[in-house]
Ligand binder design. Structure first.
Ligand code: UD1
Length: 422
């Protein structure tokens, strides 16, 4: 048996919903506490399964972790007690491969399991490994594990052939401690990269060029523990923006950084949505029937975020006219399309582009969540559909959304957590 959601559709959403700390900033920042000994206090940490898995990995490597309150963790790094990150943990969460950067910077030998693929793509780590080699690590691959010998490291020029978020983070976490200058070019520019960089700078790291394609790092030895508050989750915020629009509700979204919504916001404005931002509370206004269709293509930041693609496609499904969505970041991220179609949508995929014949009404159905963001989009589809929708395998959603159903129920949704057969 696994957890699922039963959703009663067409209930209006009204009230204030608060965004949690960003999963994709919290994970690398928690891992960055491995870079140097010291005592760390992390605030605004979201309450997620992925965070709990990561804390287990840190404990396994010898760190002391303590949950101080709902959103605060204390981590004490007195040095590594082990030099191996096992498959048992890395297979549960791909982001745990980011421990490799801090391990390389601190240990002469380290062993990290290779992560497997996942529903949205094969997700190789070749760019991470090439970068470590450029920094002087000797990398070998044995029985599904990466072995790294790192007794002769020095700063280097690392041109990335793609601005990978994970590779940029992994290399930053190694380079801050490696003697000499490292330049990562074609680096990822996501706001979460900047948050990780700011955390490392607070620890004493010397980093320039955050948010640009060239990140320059001067390795230093004296890094120390700090207190830091994780940025708000722009993807969670965007998910609530879509929830408000598709239910024709009136949500006030709190703890949001408007700038981080970037092109997601400008695409919505081009469709006719109006944003109001007051303090750090956002409201969106748009009559579904009057919104215009759109042609969207996912790209690395500052392009349209792939993590908002399924939710945005749901909006396109409900807007009259023909829209399109092209996915360029992950090769297999359309698993939600057949599920939307089961609910009455008319979407066809040709050569990596989804063509959406929008404006048809959705009706409740049994659907399957394949990954985190697709799962969230199916929950939203359930809110917009007539009748009852059952979303199976919501463990994907629990990995990355802090109390999604509780937060939505508090503003008028009717979502019940149930046990279902797989
Ligand atoms: C991070 C985010 C994820 C988001 C993604 C893209 C976290 C924990 N996860 O994932 O939510 O969807 O950024 O914004 O922050 N690639 C390679 N070789 C590599 C590394 C990546 O080919 O060595 C490819 C991947 O297969 C994928 C693309 O590059 O097709 C993007 O991956 P990347 O930017 O690394 O994403 P993640 O860090 O895995």
């Amino acid at each position: 048996m696994v957890d699922g959601f039963k959703i009663k559709g067409k209930t209006p959403l009204n009230g204030t919903i608060k965004v949690s700390g960003a999963k994709n900033a919290a994970l690398p920042i928690i891992i960055a506490t491995l870079v140097a000994r010291g005592e760390y206090t992390l605030k605004n940490v979201p309450n997620l399964r992925d965070i709990r898995i990561l804390m287990k990995l840190l404990e396994d490597l010898g760190m002391k972790t303590e949950k101080v309150d709902e959103t605060t963790y204390k981590i004490i790094n007195n040095g590594f007690k082990r030099n191996e990150a096992s498959y048992e943990i890395v297979k549960q969460m791909r982001a745990s491969f980011l421990v490799m950067g801090p391990m390389i910077a601190n240990l002469e030998e380290s062993v990290v399991s290779l992560p497997g693929g996942c529903a949205i793509g094969s997700r190789p780590v070749d760019l991470h490994l090439k970068g470590f080699e450029a920094l002087g690590a000797e990398i070998t691959r044995v029985h599904g594990y990466i072995h790294a010998k790192s007794d002769k490291l020095k700063g280097a020029e690392i041109p990335l052939t793609f601005p990978s978020v994970g590779a940029t983070q992994n290399l930053m976490m190694a380079a801050v401690k490696i003697p000499g200058k490292t330049v990562i070019s074609n680096a990822a520019r996501e706001p979460e990269i900047i948050d990780l960089g700011n955390f490392l700078i607070k620890m004493g790291a010397k980093i320039n060029g955050l948010g640009t394609p060239n990140i320059e790092i001067e390795g230093v030895d004296d890094l120390h523990g700090v207190e830091y508050s994780i940025m708000p989750d722009r993807i969670e915020a965007g998910t609530y923006v879509i929830a408000s629009l598709i239910t024709e509700g009136d949500l006030k979204i709190e703890n949001i950084n408007l700038e981080d919504l970037g092109v997601f916001r400008s695409e919505l404005e081009a469709m006719g949505v109006k944003f109001e931002y007051n303090g750090n509370v956002l409201t969106v206004n748009g009559n579904l029937k009057e919104l215009k269709p759109s042609k969207i293509r996912t790209m690395p930041h500052p392009g349209f975020p792939t993590d908002m693609q399924p939710q945005m496609m749901l909006l396109q499904t409900l807007v009259n006219g023909v829209s399109s969505m092209e996915e360029t970041v992950f090769e297999n991220r359309f698993m939600h399309v057949p599920e939307f179609n089961r609910m009455g949508a008319d979407i066809s995929i040709r050569h990596g582009v989804a063509v959406i014949n929008g404006g048809l009404p959705l009706t409740g159905a049994e659907v399957m969540s394949s990954d985190l963001r697709a799962g969230a989009a199916l929950v939203l589809a359930g809110l917009a559909a007539d009748g009852e929708t059952t979303v199976n395998r919501v463990y994907h959603i629990d990995r990355g959304y802090d109390k999604l159903e509780e937060k939505l129920n508090a503003v008028g949704a009717k979502i019940e957590r149930v046990k279902l057969d797989i």
